[in-house]
Design a protein around this ligand. Structure first.
Ligand SMILES: [Zn+2]
Length: 226
């Protein structure tokens, strides 16, 4: 949505942000505080939302790192209204490439969650205010959530790529694509039903997008039979 703005490069990878990210960030900030938030609440929530987007960005850089292992170029990494995406050229072709590159994103979030857990609950962080500790605990939970959610085995989630590559080793690729497509539709409806992100229908929008993209994958897999 909109032309992304290039912020700079990290490890040679152009980093871009869609303007609509500001909109969704603002919604996350205002939905996360009470009706009459104090300055401190606003500051805490803003810090949390910034760290949430940093976590999404690191997820995409995880994909870029996985791609780099196979000599695949990352054209750019973009933060978008619906999270983020990394454009790879050429896209992973072999199953092992797809599995490693797809897993590297959620694995980054799980690693961040694990490190924060160790720091927070094993006395590694001293001298931090209660506010900071609460924010870091929320960032830990968010990363756990991002990691696990993206590993659900439905198209177009990372877990869908992994499941398709694994199933493709035993089944015809068309069948693997269909199975992962149907799981993607189911995951989309799960999102719509639970509205997991809490309030203002963001989970609903993500769910609808998943259903749409997974349905297209089912259609594409069906037509590739002929
Ligand atoms: Zn990912």
């Amino acid at each position: 949505m909109g032309t992304p703005i290039e912020l700079g490069r990290l490890f040679g990878v152009p980093v871009r942000v869609e303007v609509t990210v500001l909109l969704i960030a603002a919604l996350f900030i205002f939905m996360g505080v009470g009706d009459n938030p104090t300055g401190q609440e606003l500051l805490n929530q803003t810090t949390f939302v910034i760290l949430l987007f940093v976590s999404i960005f690191l997820h995409e850089m995880g994909h870029a790192f996985g791609a780099w292992l196979f000599g695949i170029r990352t054209v750019d990494v973009t933060l978008s209204f619906f999270g983020g995406y990394a454009r790879l050229d050429p896209p992973p072709r072999r199953a092992v490439e797809d599995i490693v590159v797809s897993f590297a994103g959620p694995a980054t979030n799980l690693a961040i969650a694990g490190l924060l857990y160790l720091w927070l609950y094993n006395g590694g962080l001293t001298g931090l205010s209660d506010h900071t500790l609460v924010i870091l605990a929320r960032v830990m939970q968010a990363n756990l959530f991002l990691g696990l959610l993206n590993l659900l085995p439905g198209h177009p989630l990372d877990g869908g790529h992994i499941a398709r590559a694994v199933l493709g080793m035993f089944l015809p690729m068309t069948t693997a694509r269909l199975i992962v497509g149907y799981i993607g539709v189911a995951v989309g409806f799960l999102f719509i039903g639970l509205d997991l992100t809490g309030g203002f229908g963001y989970g609903l929008m993500i769910g609808l997008l998943l259903v749409l993209v997974a349905s297209q994958e089912i259609q594409a897999a069906r037509s590739s039979r002929f």
